[in-house]
Design a protein around this ligand. Sequence first.
Ligand code: SF4
Length: 591
Amino acid sequence: MDRVKLTIDGRAVEVPAGTTIYKAAKELGIDIPILCYMDLKDLNIENKPGGCRICVVEVEGRGNLASSCSTNVAAGMVVKTNSMRVINARRTVMELILSDHPKDCLSCAKSGNCDLQDMAVKLGIREIPGQEYAEMSTYRLDTSPSIIRELDKCIMCRRCETMCNDFQTVGALHAVNRGFESVVAPAFEMNLEHSPCTYCGQCVAVCPTGALTEVDHTSKVISALNDPTKTVVVQTAPAVRAALGEEFGMEPGTRVTGQMVSALRQLGFDYVFDTDFAADLTIMEEGTELLGRLTRFMEGDEEVKLPILTSCCPGWVNFFEYNYPEMKEIPSTARSPQQMFGSIAKSYFAEMIEVDRKDMVVISIMPCLAKKYECQREEFSVDGNPDVDYSITTRELAHLIKQANLDLAKLDSDDFDAPLGESSGAGVIFAATGGVIEAATRTAYEIYTGKVLEKVDFEQLRGMEGIRSAKVDFDGQEINIGIAHGLGNARKLLDDVKAGKSQYHAIEIMACPGGCIGGGGQPLHHGDASILKARARAIYAEDRDKPIRKSHENPYIKKLYEEFLGEPMSEKAHELLHTHYFDKRKKIFQV
Ligand code: SF4
């Protein structure tokens, strides 16, 4: 590749042709300030609209300033990144952005974690001239079950649009309107509920302002904890324990399972349980369904639907309900672990402790925004009483812990309560891409072959590549497995299934990068693979440390079947643990 020599701030540098000035400056250790630009290298995603113009630089011989994120280097170019003209231009740009921005930093959900706020500090903005232009845009608020859009806080950086379209291929967000009315919004009725949005929350994870935030349920949790008539039960998803510590300054991948349990107990939850228990239950149901379909397939049943698709990710469920409704018979009917947990907590466990389900509040702590939507789906309630009342994210839990003045790092380790707090290592690995299918393989292998697995670690199912495939030998019967994380990758596998070209018996799909460890409700990771890998390592370490590593060996799961459910896929199990899917387009557009 041709190389280009140029000078930046008086220092010579040589870079490949086609490099932007911004990246060439980085080679010299010069950090040009950026706002709209986003480079998620590990996800192969780059957002460089050159729109905000915070990254402008002076190029000798050029009349106007150049946005460094979208201007390529040229031979002999002389660039200044820090001249007074540049600094003045950046401040002016920032003042203009702020002149049309709400001044509610004190109560904004992003306060303290806002790129716009940080940039205002960095550029030394102390007053905002041109106040006569203030808030020219028409104030609009769009509330969905999972995500809130405060459109007057949109600065048109278009990062969300890039994540929604380029990475996820969801197509819910696009730039619309002009001038002060320009925003990134769903195309049809300008609200997320009437759009293809999956609520994966990846747009929220990259928004540099408070324009996109999660629906905050922490005040509802506080109310429940303060209500003496309620028994408040909490479940924690596996991915939370591998990331919560980051909100308290710990290194990515620090396991805080015991301290998290301790914090939840101090917050006043009556029972601290683990979604991993329900992940084990998911394997019992989904694994049985997989084996049932495989057996029928091998017996020559032409009606059987293969590949079976995992169904524990509600972002993914929303995606196929909108994009592939004609294939809605293919995914497993098993509910997600969050919903299995809620259903069992408000039936089996409520009976056990003699509490009416209406007096029990089930809270879930999830890495996920789609779970907020999922627990509001009508089919997951009994007479209007939801199986899971509120779902809060890892970030929201961190806020609650901080509000209670608890220092996570200093808390003693504590254990989950029984019976719904006991889990196998297989339940834990649901957090990482490939983990659900590995957990299912551990159980399905032993049930199918009648043999004990010599090695429970299926390394071939692990990794961070967006699409992976592996073959697992079930004692002479080869099982083909596909894995995808990120909905753009999922779409590729699904298109093959739709075209009848898929060779897989089973496919695991998770909507977020790296699976739930990179969920939209986790501490922000900006697609950084080193953070995602550290979290995944923590998850696999937790699995290794568990005395039981296969779901079907969890003694409390066995007891649940003996005392309450009967067999996997029994009528009762179907009623409490399985679901059905909708054509979401029909549902949204009422056709
Ligand atoms: Fe939620 Fe996990 Fe799916 Fe992301 S991958 S949408 S965090 S369930």
